[in-house]
Ligand binder design. Structure first.
Ligand code: SAM
Length: 476
């Protein structure tokens, strides 16, 4: 019997589920494993993050995590020194015997690690295992990027403390867990874990969300130089506009007077160009951009438009103030799309539209060597070029209903000038390759990029990649 079918996974507050979680821990650890009762209690359970799998209203599996601010005495007791941000302790993972062997809590734990990394951006993860009964788990956690830190306590209280700490180590921890989560969710009966960001917002614990730390990251510009990127965006913008014109005309934007905010507006061309389209006649428009260099370019090139500093997580806009939000090639560069959806939900008026244009690497086709190159890139890029397949599900969680979905396939079979067909654009061989030029900029991808490029230009081959437009309406 497939125990995964019909399970509902939810984040729950201790005040609602604490008794049931304790009961589950008791059945497994005290009754089955003879642990003393005191061990199933954690000091921070009351404000922990608890992810539970339910079957017919009963909790059958659970995993908990705890957030500690620097200086918390619990950390000192485990010989964990101060860091500059929060530490997250991964706590007990437990499931009823009949649900074991189905990887339920392992999948939940993977998604939990991934979502906590995205939205809380902790400076450290740790866990501990009891030496007397669970020492065999040390190897398993080592495969999940935890390293041995220390052993504390003695006798039956002895525990091995393991941690993930350091910029590169935390990034690899995140990428590893995201990769595993993607593989799990590709299964038909994969476990669907709802959004932690939404749960924290609904339970009035937004203070845990790393809005400032996330807002100071720019994964797009981390790899690319402004000097070469701004002209490339401008050139690309002309092709995109030709593709977008009919898409804009088919989208039911509200009539003027209305207002539009373009997030991640970059050098400003996109906003300046779409603002002249019929759909937005009479609109008040504004662009927000976090990178000072791009913001300065936008202001200098288009002084007639209003550009402000802001990120997708903190736009600086008042609540319910915008009728339309556009995000052109933004979402795939975000670490936390959920936090952006939360902010967009806040600033849109009821029934306002979110208009997203982005590339979808899940649609990529090409020779094996180039596919492999893309897979390595997508595994290691902190943004998510596979996001668009999952965006409708995520957006729905934040109250957005899809209203339009357009897909344009970009091919490499054109000539010197792009050829526009129905739902397709044929680009010349070199122009199509330049769409993938960003790969070279990722550390560790230089060689595989060069090899793929050599074989691409030495042989006849076909590439294709979809550009998607997804339009959502915020529920009224
Ligand atoms: C591929 S560029 C697209 C620029 C512009 N939308 C266009 O289509 O020309 C991605 C943009 O997103 C911006 N960006 C990166 N991280 C961001 C964040 N967290 N919030 C808002 N914008 C962000 C970058 O600085 C850059 O301007």
């Amino acid at each position: 019997m497939n125990r995964r079918r019909g399970l509902e996974v939810r984040w729950l507050n201790w005040s609602d589920a604490g008794e049931a979680i304790l009961d589950l821990r008791r059945r497994v650890f005290v009754d089955e494993m003879n642990w003393p009762e005191k061990r199933i209690h954690r000091d921070r359970d009351a404000d922990g993050l608890h992810l539970c799998a339910m079957s017919d209203g009963e909790i059958v599996a659970a995993i908990s995590a705890y957030v500690y601010e620097p200086g918390a005495p619990e950390l000192a007791a485990l010989e964990l020194s101060d860091t500059d941000g929060p530490t997250v302790g991964i706590g007990m993972r437990v499931e009823l015997p009949e649900y074991r062997g189905h990887l339920i809590s392992i999948e939940m734990g993977t998604s939990m690690a991934c979502q906590i990394s995205e939205s809380l951006r902790p400076s450290r993860f740790f866990l501990y295992v009891h030496v007397d009964t669970l020492l065999h788990l040390v190897d398993r956690y080592a495969r999940r990027n935890f390293t041995y830190h220390t052993q504390v306590g003695s006798g039956e209280d002895a525990v091995v403390v393991m941690k993930v700490e350091g910029k590169e180590e935390l990034e690899e921890f995140y990428l590893n867990h995201r990769d595993l989560a993607r593989k799990y969710s590709a299964d038909d009966d994969g476990i669907r874990v709802p959004s932690l960001v939404r749960f924290l917002a609904e339970s009035k614990r937004e203070n845990l969300l790393a809005v400032d730390r996330l807002g100071s990251e720019n994964h797009y510009l981390e790899q690319l130089r402004l000097g070469t990127e701004a002209p490339r965006l401008t050139a690309q913008g002309q092709v995109i506009l030709a593709e977008q014109r009919p898409r804009l005309a088919l989208t039911p934007f509200p009539p003027a007077p209305a207002s539009l905010l373009d997030i991640g507006t970059g050098p400003g061309e996109y906003l300046a160009t779409i603002a002249k389209e019929k759909s937005f006649a009479g609109y008040q428009v504004r662009g927000v951009e976090p990178a000072p260099g791009l913001l300065a370019r936008a202001r200098a090139a288009f002084p007639e438009y209003d550009f402000r500093e802001g990120s997708a997580y903190t736009t600086g806009e008042p609540e319910s103030s915008r009728d339309v939000v556009t995000a052109n090639f933004l979402f795939v560069h975000l670490r936390s799309p959920d936090l952006a959806l939360l902010e967009i939900r806040r600033i849109l008026r009821p029934a306002g539209l979110l208009y997203v244009v982005d590339i979808n690497d899940a649609s990529f086709t090409g020779p094996e060597a180039i596919q492999r190159m893309m897979q390595i890139y997508d595994r290691n890029y902190v943004g998510d070029r596979l996001l668009l397949n999952d965006l409708p599900r995520r957006a729905r969680e934040f109250g957005f209903e899809p209203v339009r979905h357009f897909s344009t396939t970009l091919h490499n079979t054109g000539g010197a000038e792009p050829v526009f067909g129905k739902d397709e654009i044929r680009l010349g061989k070199a122009d199509a390759w330049s769409l993938l030029s960003f790969v070279r900029a990722q550390r560790g991808c230089e060689e595989i990029f060069r090899e793929a490029q050599d074989s691409y230009f030495a042989t006849e081959c076909r590439l294709s990649l979809n550009l998607e437009t997804q339009v959502y309406r915020l529920s009224a």
